[in-house]
Design a protein around this ligand. Structure first.
Ligand SMILES: [Zn+2]
Length: 261
C-alpha cells in the first residue's frame, strides 16, 4: 500500500557543530521542477540531480514520469557507493536511473566504484528501478522483503539494533524504523550528518501499518540522537515532498529537508 499524500516540509539547513561530519553546509532548498499541467507540452526531464557535495547527490524522478516523484540518494565513499531507493519507474527508456547513477560514480581501478543499492522500504515507488541495477558488474542490490532486510543488516547482532554500512571513510548507520511498513530502514550518514528517513518521517499524512511500532521507531531515533551515539544531525530528508501549488512547469522553492528528529 502506498501513501496517498506525502510530506509537507519543515525547517531546513540546521547548522550543527559535529565532530565526524563534514563542515559543508550547502543549501538543501533545491528549486525542484514542480511538474506541468500538460506534460506533453514541455520538454521531458526524467530525472533531476542535485549535488549536496562532491560525494553526495539527491536525485528526483519527474512528476511527468510518476506522480510519486520520489527522491533517491547517492552516497559515495572511498571503497564503494550506496544508493538509497530506486524510484517508481522500471523502464530505463523512460527513466534512465541506473545510467545516471553510473555516470555519477567515480572510476576505480579501470571500472566504476562498486555500488550497493538499498531501500528505505519495500513499497513499489522505492524499488521499481531495481531491475536496472540487478546483474550489473560491481553492483549489489539488497532485497526489499523483510527476510532479506533482516538477513542483510543483522540488526539483532547489534546491542542497540543499529547496523553500520562502511563505504570507506564514510560510515552510514542503518536504523530499523518499522511502522509505516515493517521493512522500513532509515539511514544516518555520519559524514554529512544527514538523516535519510524514507517514508518513516514525513510531516504529512501517511498510512501507518503498525502504530505501536512507528512510535517505538520514533523514540529509538530520538533516543539515539539525545544520547550522543551519533554526531549531531544536520537535517532529515524524506523520500517525497508534497507540492501545494498547481503544476505550472516552473521551478519552485519547495524545501527539501526537515528538522532532525
Ligand atoms: Zn511507503
Amino acid at each position: 500500500m502506498r501513501p496517498s499524500l506525502f510530506a509537507a516540509l519543515l525547517s531546513a539547513g540546521l547548522a550543527v557543530a559535529g565532530t565526524a561530519r563534514s563542515n559543508i553546509h550547502p543549501p538543501l532548498e533545491v528549486p525542484w521542477n514542480e511538474g506541468a499541467a500538460d506534460c506533453k507540452a514541455v520538454p521531458p526531464w526524467p530525472l533531476e540531480v542535485h549535488p549536496v557535495d562532491a560525494g553526495t547527490y539527491i536525485l528526483r524522478e519527474s512528476l511527468c514520469s510518476t506522480f510519486e516523484a520520489p527522491f533517491m540518494y547517492l552516497l559515495i565513499g572511498s571503497n564503494r557507493a550506496m544508493l538509497i531507493d530506486t524510484g517508481d519507474v522500471a523502464d530505463p527508456g523512460q527513466m534512465p536511473l541506473a545510467q545516471k547513477v553510473m555516470e555519477l560514480l567515480p572510476d576505480s581501478g579501470g571500472a566504476k566504484l562498486p555500488l550497493l543499492v538499498v531501500h528505505s522500504h519495500r513499497h513499489l515507488d522505492h524499488r521499481a528501478g531495481d531491475p536496472q541495477f540487478i546483474g550489473r558488474p560491481g553492483v549489489e542490490v539488497v532485497g526489499y522483503d523483510i527476510d532479506s532486510v533482516r538477513a542483510y543488516y543483522r540488526f539483532a547482532d547489534h546491542a542497540d539494533g543499529i547496523a553500520q554500512i562502511d563505504l570507506g571513510g564514510r560510515i552510514v548507520d542503518a536504523i530499523p524504523t518499522p511502522g509505516h511498513n515493517e521493512t522500513e530502514v532509515s539511514f544516518y550518514d555520519r559524514n554529512t550528518a544527514l538523516f535519510f528517513s524514507g517514508d518513516f518521517l514525513l510531516p504529512g499524512r501517511l498510512l501507518i501499518d503498525d502504530t505501536a511500532a512507528d512510535i517505538a521507531s520514533a523514540r529509538k531515533v530520538a533516543d539515539s540522537s539525545r544520547t550522543g551515539r551519533s554526531p549531531p544531525c544536520w537535517a532529515a530528508i524524506s523520500s517525497s515532498i508534497r507540492q501545494a501549488r498547481p503544476s505550472t512547469g516552473a521551478r519552485n522553492s519547495i524545501r527539501t529537508s526537515m528538522a532532525c528528529p
